[in-house]
Design a protein around this ligand. Structure first.
Ligand code: FCA
Length: 331
């Protein structure tokens, strides 16, 4: 399946490159931008892969740009306009750039859709006029919390002896919703609120999460067992690596992430289980393929996509992740 996809992808790109020199405005000339905030993160690479798959099927070109700050993002929008793109999909490095992004896209005559992270206005309210595909963040967070509670129980741990590492990134609303959902589910299952430790990360990568978690672990040597949750797999991997680095046994840690891309899979494929117990798999196919298709239909046939689409997730663990990924059509 993988080989077939990359073949189709290569063929599609070849086609659009050749067609780029033609003068007629055929489907092959259509260019759509796909800008992501963290191009090195496997989740975003998967989104790009599936967007390319849509492009290969329909014969349009996906211009993939990484923009890790506002300046790069504005330059990317201008660059897309200069290349003759018709619209773009973006996961912005900072959702507070919302009004600036909307204005720039409008000025450049580009249709705009957001993915994963929803833009907010100056008052912090979601900009509902921009087409968005995100995840059902609170619900997925609850699934994380339920999985953690179930595993605490399965291991026979006394909750009073368990600390929870909440890797937080409160400047991003979807992160607040995800960790909030996890906390709600933990509390509903009787987890002691006083045992939840906030570990704010400065960026949304593994290293920043590791640094945040290390501080909390060092401050709380009395805690016997740890659970960990956060915005994504990278956050939880950071917490798991931090626990390892301070000498906590893998069997004394339960981390449940969100994502299910290569960062999680690599962990499941290690011969010995680590503290990374599970992940709620979300669909880069829907977020990449479907958003690209929607944008294509919009710019070519004038079909405006639904204003808001929220996708769901499914828990995967070391012992069943292959099946879960297959069911979601992700692998
Ligand atoms: C956010 C996170 C990503 C991914 C995505 C769906 O953008 O930063 O890791 O979880 O939502």
């Amino acid at each position: 399946m993988r080989i077939l996809n990359s073949f189709a992808l290569a063929a599609g790109l070849g086609l659009s490159t050749v067609a780029g020199f033609a003068t007629s405005a055929m489907a092959e000339d259509v260019k759509i931008g796909f800008i992501v905030k963290q191009p090195e993160e496997p989740w975003f690479q998967d989104e790009w892969k599936f967007a390319d798959q849509a492009g290969a099927e329909k014969g349009f070109e996906v211009v993939k740009i990484g923009a890790t700050d506002g300046e790069q993002l504005m330059a990317a929008i201008d660059n897309l306009a200069a290349q003759g793109a018709k619209g773009f999909i973006v996961c912005a490095p900072d959702v507070n750039l919302g009004p600036a992004i909307v204005a720039r896209a409008e000025a450049a005559g580009l249709k705009l859709m957001t993915v994963d992270d929803r833009l907010v206005d100056a008052s912090g309210a979601e900009i509902e006029s921009v087409v968005h595909m995100g995840i059902s963040a609170r619900k997925i967070g609850e699934t994380v919390g339920e999985a953690l509670s179930a595993e605490i129980k399965a291991r026979g741990w006394n909750p009073a002896e368990v600390g929870a590492l909440k890797i937080s990134y409160d400047q991003l609303p979807t992160a607040v919703d995800r960790t909030g959902g996890a906390v709600d589910a933990l509390l509903a299952a009787g987890f002691p609120e006083a045992n939840i430790f906030d570990a704010p990360q400065t960026r949304t990568d593994t290293e920043a999460a590791l640094n945040a978690a290390t501080v909390v672990l060092n401050q709380n040597p009395q805690v016997k067992y740890w659970i960990a949750f956060g915005l994504n797999d990278e956050a939880v991997l950071g917490a798991v690596r931090a626990a390892e680095s301070v000498g906590i046994k893998a069997t004394d840690v339960i981390g449940v992430g969100i994502g299910g891309a290569a960062s999680a899979i690599n962990e499941f494929e290690k011969p010995d289980a680590t503290g990374f117990f599970g992940t709620v798999v979300i669909s880069p196919k829907r977020h990449g393929y479907e958003t690209a298709m929607n944008m294509y239909e919009w710019v070519t046939n004038g079909v405006e996509p639904a204003k808001l689409t929220l996708t769901s997730g499914a828990l995967a663990r070391r012992d069943d992740y292959k099946q879960v990924l297959a069911d979601l059509g992700v692998n």
